[in-house]
Design a binder for this molecule. Sequence first.
Ligand SMILES: Cc1cc2nc3c(=O)[nH]c(=O)nc-3n(C[C@H](O)[C@H](O)[C@H](O)COP(=O)(O)O)c2cc1C
Length: 200
Amino acid sequence: MDTPPRIPATDDPIAGFEAWMAEAAKSEPNDPNAVCLATCTPEGRPSARMVLLKGVDARGFVFYTNLESRKGGELAANPFAALCFHWKTLQRSVRVEGAVEAVSAEEADAYYASRARGSRIGAWASRQSRPLESRFALEKAVAEYTLKFGVSEIPRPAFWSGFRLVPDRMELWRDMPFRLHERRVFHRVAGGWEMEMLYP
Ligand SMILES: Cc1cc2nc3c(=O)[nH]c(=O)nc-3n(C[C@H](O)[C@H](O)[C@H](O)COP(=O)(O)O)c2cc1C
């Protein structure tokens, strides 16, 4: 079967994403930047969870987490990931796929410093993804770190940082009547992007 050729993309899909995100920021009741992040073990076993997108530019999509979490371990072993946004109010979705890289220490420090003090303490107290014996154990850890740091600066834990997903494939999906949705897929090529449409 003949497949139609990909054409050089006239739009930049990251700019397209940013425009949709700006609209979602006005229309979604909360967390327009919430996104499902899929990672995978080297054996090919996937896992998915929600994170918050904390930065996007021509370089890629940034989120922050505990590096010793399940997702952190999977990304260390297999540095590829996928993101799937869904904005219910707009009936739009964006998919992003590519390799992940660590953000710089300066970038992570700057974002960590911008977080509420309670969230900075929470990052220290949470052994994310590991078994928790009781809710009390978590509250005790929070109380201990609150006492330890007092009113001083709270440094970023070495086990807490960010990843940047560098997209090589993106899809902008729009709801259309009778489930004849619009799917525009962008593939990164030397010097830019190529676009193709997919059947819904
Ligand atoms: C809307 C929403 C946003 C979230 N944002 C983050 C986030 O930015 N970073 C993070 O580590 N976990 C975030 N979480 C929690 C994760 O979904 C997940 O429970 C946690 O990261 C542990 O995942 P893991 O065990 O697969 O590593 C968020 C959860 C929800 C529902």
